[in-house]
Design a protein around this ligand. Sequence first.
Ligand code: PLP
Length: 396
Amino acid sequence: KPELHELPVPDIVSLGAYADQLQLEAEARGEVLPPPIRLQIGEPDFRTPEHIRQAAIESITNEVQTYGPAGGWPWLRERLAEKVRQINGYQVDASNIAVSMGGTGGLLSTLLATLNPGDEVLIPDPCWPIYLPQLQIAGAIAVRYPLDPANDWLPDLSRLDEQVTPRTRMLLINTPGNPTGAVFPRTVIAELLEFARRHDLYLLSDECYDQLVFEGEHISPATLLSRQELEEGRFIGIYTFSKAYAMTGWRIGYVVAGTRLIKTLVDVLNANLTNISTPIQRAALAALTGPQDCIEVMRESYRRRRDLVVAQLKAAGRYSYTPHGAFYTLIDVSSRHGEPRGGRQFSLDLIGVSNVTVTPGQGFGAISDEYVRISLAASEQALLLGVQAICRLADR
Ligand code: PLP
């Protein structure tokens, strides 16, 4: 087992802290710096809608707060199954759902429920950095498969087979993707599913941004499976309330899989969190049953900001890709003079020069080393100033 204190600190945290430290140092010298423009955090800049907050308050006031079932209350699981059928487009019922502590908790519990130490898991490069410590906790080994910046950040399917060994147990995919914003088309999803079948792998599908798509549609691999195949347990879908309903701090998500796998997962959930608290589950129910226009409002703002950023990058000659979903943009900051600089050094310099925080691409993988990620969950003004500063520094 790894030493837990050796788990890496994400750059998102350490760079934010660095900006804060510079601020404090300036204050100590008697200087006044404008507050940092923070573009590094992947968190909606909207408040959780009122009716969702109200549902939690009513539960606290009116319900007895006892332990609940480890996989979530039946009334929520039933409604989640309906959401999956209606929005994600595949057939499930409540027995296929387990409520988890956000997508993060759903992912970790899934890895603990399915993997043995030494198992290999194919994960994208670049990808959400938390997959790595989670695999480390599960004792599994991450094997990175490349997403190709020259091909809209899609996986290079011709190279996947070479990476399979007798220890490979799982293929993890994430669409809409963090940090790329890529949305995999149906043909790619079909090929990835075929690959998982060919090598008898779990297909773990991180769909935490399923409702934040600007162009095209989100295709869950489960829509290409029969109900029987879903029950056999190859597919595991990870979902969250964090992004679509601006509920990051509430910590609630859910896992969708075959009934047997969900039973195992519920045992793992029972052993590590007992249950998600009832007011939070009531809030989640209100999110599903209440007006859905809040999702549309947020999606449209992300789209407007995305268009603004893309237009600015085009004007600065730094445009490479238009994200189709999620709320991030990877910006190529490689020097035009040839020598590599690395996104991390760039990010540190950017804080020093312009007080703008971004996330270095290398935190997501080797392929995005010369990139930085900005989050679109910031005001248009902050994005305009931030992208200007990034392009200015990149062109130096
Ligand atoms: N998966 C991806 C790709 C993410 O970007 C995130 C959060 O940023 C998560 C999962 C987990 O989100 P949460 O635990 O808030 O549901």
